[in-house]
Ligand binder design. Structure first.
Ligand code: RTP
Ligand code: MG
Length: 143
C-alpha cells in the first residue's frame, strides 16, 4: 500500500452543525493525518473554479451557491491509500445510500447538502491540494 494525500472539505452544512471535531476524530480513527488545514468562506469564483468539472451538470449552480453559503474547513489528509480510505469514511454521495457510521450518514441531510468533499483520485487530489495550499502549504508528517 502507498502513502497518499487527499483533499477534504467539510462543507458549510457540517460546519454550521459544529461537527468539525467529530469529523476530524473520524479521520484519525481511519488512520488519516491532517497535514494542512484552512478555514475559509469561498467566493463564487473559487467554488466555481473548484467544481469546474461539473460546469455542464444541472446541479452546478446550486452546488456553487451552497458551497459559498458559509465557511468551509479545508484539509489535506495523509495516510495509506488516503484517497480511497477517505471516500470510505465519507460514504456515498447521496446520504440516503451511505453506510452506517459514515460521515454523510451521520451528518448529511441530502445529496445537495452532503457534509463533505473528497478527492476521487491521486491526480485530482494533487491538483486540489495545490488549489488550496499551493506548492509549499503542506506540512509532511514523518511519524
Ligand atoms: P464530492 O466531489 O463533493 O466529494 O462528492 P462526490 O465525488 O461524491 O460527488 P460528485 O459526483 O463529484 O458531485 C459533486 C457534488 O455535487 C453534488 N451533487 N448533486 N443533485 C445531484 O444529482 C447531485 N449530484 C452531485 C453533491 O453535493 C456532490 O457532493
Ligand atoms: Mg467528486
Amino acid at each position: 500500500m502507498a502513502v497518499e494525500r487527499t483533499l477534504s472539505i467539510i462543507k458549510p452544512d457540517a460546519v454550521a452543525k459544529n461537527v468539525i471535531g467529530e469529523i476530524y476524530s473520524t479521520f484519525e480513527k481511519a488512520g488519516l493525518k491532517v497535514v494542512a488545514a484552512r478555514m475559509m468562506h469561498l467566493t463564487t469564483e473559487q467554488a466555481g473554479e473548484f467544481y469546474a468539472v461539473h460546469k455542464e451538470r444541472p446541479f452546478y449552480n446550486d452546488l456553487v451557491s451552497f458551497m459559498t453559503s458559509g465557511p468551509v474547513m479545508v484539509q489535506a489528509l495523509e495516510g495509506e491509500n488516503a484517497v480511497l480510505a477517505h471516500r470510505e469514511v465519507m460514504g456515498a454521495t447521496n446520504p440516503a445510500e451511505a453506510a452506517e457510521g459514515t460521515i454523510r450518514k451521520r451528518f448529511a441531510s441530502s445529496i445537495d447538502e452532503n457534509a463533505c468533499h473528497g478527492s476521487d483520485a491521486t491526480d485530482t487530489a494533487a491538483q486540489e491540494i495545490a488549489f488550496f495550499f499551493g506548492d509549499d502549504g503542506v506540512c509532511p508528517r514523518t511519524r
